[in-house]
Design a protein. Structure first.
Length: 422
């Protein structure tokens, strides 16, 4: 299987080569050349790991790591991802039982497993630059901490993430370095993109990325969407739609890829926050990126979703109309939903998952799987005042919060990062 750039001006690579590259040399993003139909039939009863093996195998054909896929899957999918029934023919896919309590643990662990295998035998360590709006950095840092031959540099927007998120981003040390950028997430993302095109950075480091611009994050995410759709079908005899709280569109694109590969996903509903470029595009067909604005669902505070380029390279607007919808959720709707989440749905939701539930409440059709993208305890400063009680902290997160934390503040310019890293 070959991976090509969305901009069509870079050589085709294998999966592990494109993972090691991150961004393609022409500035585009790597995508698989084709999506083979691999769905094992709607009635199959399979574990998540087994679905992952079926879905990922074709992408590893001819790859240097082809014979290690089984071990990679074991390392990446090493925590439970339950599909919990909810009222009204719907279910919650709980993606937050990993070390950083958000769905990004899956992609980050897969990436870390692949990259550390590729790094065996290199002299100069690989430097992974990661811009985070809150959750990516924690997942990537947890996944790569103390992996030999790799160093991770995390950039997050200072003051724009929750206290527990900030702690999770900066409690590592060793091979993990954390910078608090005086700006918004889009500044962090821009600095990373600039670094990749900067001569000094290219000369000084062997660079890679771990953002959802890295195709190694997307493919493992397709696995849990595929598994959840099969499992929902097994329980009900009907193909579900997926509700996906979205920012950079990494999770949603993975769902669309799983659908392309024949898994029983009826349609995909993107729940976005007050950042409106996606919603405006859905309504008009015009995609106009904007600066990000801060909302309660901060991991979705993205004004220029990086995976839009992948989405639009594969599908026309009119093709997407057949299976994609977008709904926008305001901060006051998020607050209202969190307040009544336990009474109306039997769950305390994080602000991102709350966007998904609000979108679910507004659709008229049934059979939806909503992705619960993070644990509410990660966003305690938002959730607890609304529900007037404490959210208990899951053990893995509790462990991290006990470690000492340190981040270095920098101005939102590439030069500031250069100075801090020289
Ligand atoms: C990253 C994140 C999102 C958005 O996912 P994308 O892949 O960027 O669309 C939603 N919720 C949570 C909790 C996240 O961490």
């Amino acid at each position: 299987m070959r991976f090509v750039s969305t901009r069509g001006n870079s050589p085709a690579l294998t999966l592990s080569e494109s993972i090691a590259q991150g961004l393609a040399p022409d500035g585009g993003l790597y995508v698989p050349e084709i999506f083979p139909n691999v769905s094992p039939g709607k009635d199959a009863v399979l574990s998540l790991q087994h679905v992952a093996q079926i879905l990922l195998s074709p992408f590893f054909v001819g790859d240097a790591l082809e014979d290690q896929l089984h071990e990679i899957i074991e390392e990446a999918f090493d925590f439970p991802i339950p599909l919990v029934d909810m009222k009204g023919e719907s279910a919650l896919l709980e993606l937050f039982h990993g070390p950083s309590a958000a769905f990004k643990d899956v992609g980050a662990r897969f990436l870390a497993s692949v990259v550390s295998r590729l790094e065996r035998g290199h002299e100069k360590p690989l430097t992974i630059l990661v811009a985070t709006s809150g959750d990516t950095g924690g997942a990537v840092a947890a996944a790569f901490h103390n992996k030999p031959g790799v160093r991770v540099v995390v950039l997050y927007p200072d003051g724009k993430v929750s206290k527990r998120q900030a702690h999770q981003l900066s409690c590592w040390g060793d091979n993990i370095q954390t910078f608090a950028v005086k700006g918004v997430f889009d500044d962090c993302q821009r600095i990373v993109k600039e670094a990749f095109q900067d001569e000094w950075f290219q000369k000084t480091f062997r660079l890679s990325s771990a953002n959802s611009i890295n195709v190694g994050r997307l493919l493992p995410q397709a696995c849990y969407h595929a598994w959840a759709s099969l499992e929902y079908y097994r329980r009900t005899g009907r193909a579900p739609g997926l509700v996906i709280p979205s920012g950079n569109l990494g999770n949603a694109l993975a769902a669309i890829w799983a659908r392309e590969m024949g898994f029983p996903i009826r349609e995909v509903l993107l729940a976005v926050n007050a950042n409106e470029p996606l919603l405006a595009w859905y309504k008009t067909g015009d995609y106009i990126p904007k600066p990000a604005i801060a909302t309660l669902a901060n991991a979705m505070d993205v004004g220029a979703p990086s995976n839009m380029e992948r989405l639009l390279s594969k599908f026309s607007y009119s093709e997407l109309q057949h299976f994609l919808r977008v709904d926008g959720v305001s901060d006051s709707e998020i607050e209202d939903l969190i307040r009544r989440g336990e009474k109306d749905w039997g769950h305390v939701f994080c602000p991102h998952t709350a966007c998904g539930i609000v979108a679910l409440e507004r659709v008229s059709t049934e059979d939806w799987v909503v992705c619960a993208t993070a644990h509410p305890a990660k966003f305690e400063t938002i959730v607890e005042p609304l529900i007037h009680k404490e959210v208990s902290v899951p053990p893995a997160l509790d462990e991290l919060l006990k470690r000492p934390a340190h981040a270095t503040q920098i101005e939102p310019q590439l030069d500031a990062l250069k100075k801090a890293m020289s």
